[in-house]
Design a protein around this ligand. Sequence first.
Ligand SMILES: NC(=O)c1ccc[n+]([C@@H]2O[C@H](COP(=O)([O-])OP(=O)(O)OC[C@H]3O[C@@H](n4cnc5c(N)ncnc54)[C@H](OP(=O)(O)O)[C@@H]3O)[C@@H](O)[C@H]2O)c1
Length: 259
Amino acid sequence: MADLTGKVAAITGGTRGIGRGLAEAFLAAGASVAMNGRNPAKGEQALQEMNAGDRATFFAGDVTRQADVEAFIDQTIERFGRIDILVNNAGGSSGFALVEDLSDEAWDQAAAWILHSCFWATRRALKDMKKRGFGRIINISSVEGRQANKATAAHYITFKHAMNGFTKAVAFEYGDAGITSNAISPGAVETDLMRESGPAAAEAMGISYEQFKDNYAQEAAIKRLNRVEEIAGLALYLVSDAGGGVTGAIMPVDGGTAL
Ligand SMILES: NC(=O)c1ccc[n+]([C@@H]2O[C@H](COP(=O)([O-])OP(=O)(O)OC[C@H]3O[C@@H](n4cnc5c(N)ncnc54)[C@H](OP(=O)(O)O)[C@@H]3O)[C@@H](O)[C@H]2O)c1
């Protein structure tokens, strides 16, 4: 188990789902954690449920906006004095359509949500990490960043692939500064997002929510969805001392979906 006592982590989109799982794992390992998210009520609720006292904090902001992302990094440093761990987790897309019908708005939104946010946060945090010669950057990519087998998601697929490229470029530039940069590529995970939007999506497809989830499970070699704890376990390794020799890696936690 990683000992993160004294370490400070900033996690975009940390109030629910995968980001929340990572926040809880880092807190349990002794770190202080700053989370961001668009909805302050969700932030307050997360803080209450985590019950981590002054080792956890929340700053509201939308990662599709550069000023919000940079403010989040600055607020984290102001609150805890430093950033040792950055997780670029918030990301997504909307306006799903075949490429011929994909709108500029959907394309630009996905670019900002997934890729620009990652660049903005990383650029800002690197300056602080360099001062101490230590940093751990984890980008939450996706199995869709390693393959293209879903129609109507070209924007999501493209910017998750690009995120992997950025992950490697940062690893190359900052390896000798004690800073690692890795990506985790989850397969399907039943997060709040899936619980909330899955039943409606399943209904639209004329199947039950259980069947909907099973379709994802059958794509994986393990024939089930992945779990947030499985992603958190890898993240804990990557931020630990033992993980210091791993950088520029794009690591799947997809149960063998994109073999
Ligand atoms: N779940 C999966 O199956 C799966 C698979 C592969 C990859 N991923 C990736 O994992 C990451 C997290 O997904 P998830 O399933 O954990 O989602 P989730 O359960 O919906 O949680 C998303 C979190 O991010 C916040 N968030 C969303 N958009 C934001 C924005 N524009 N600015 C700031 N915060 C934002 C949400 O809070 P607010 O709503 O309050 O902003 C929430 O805290 C994403 O990058 C996603 O692409 C997920």
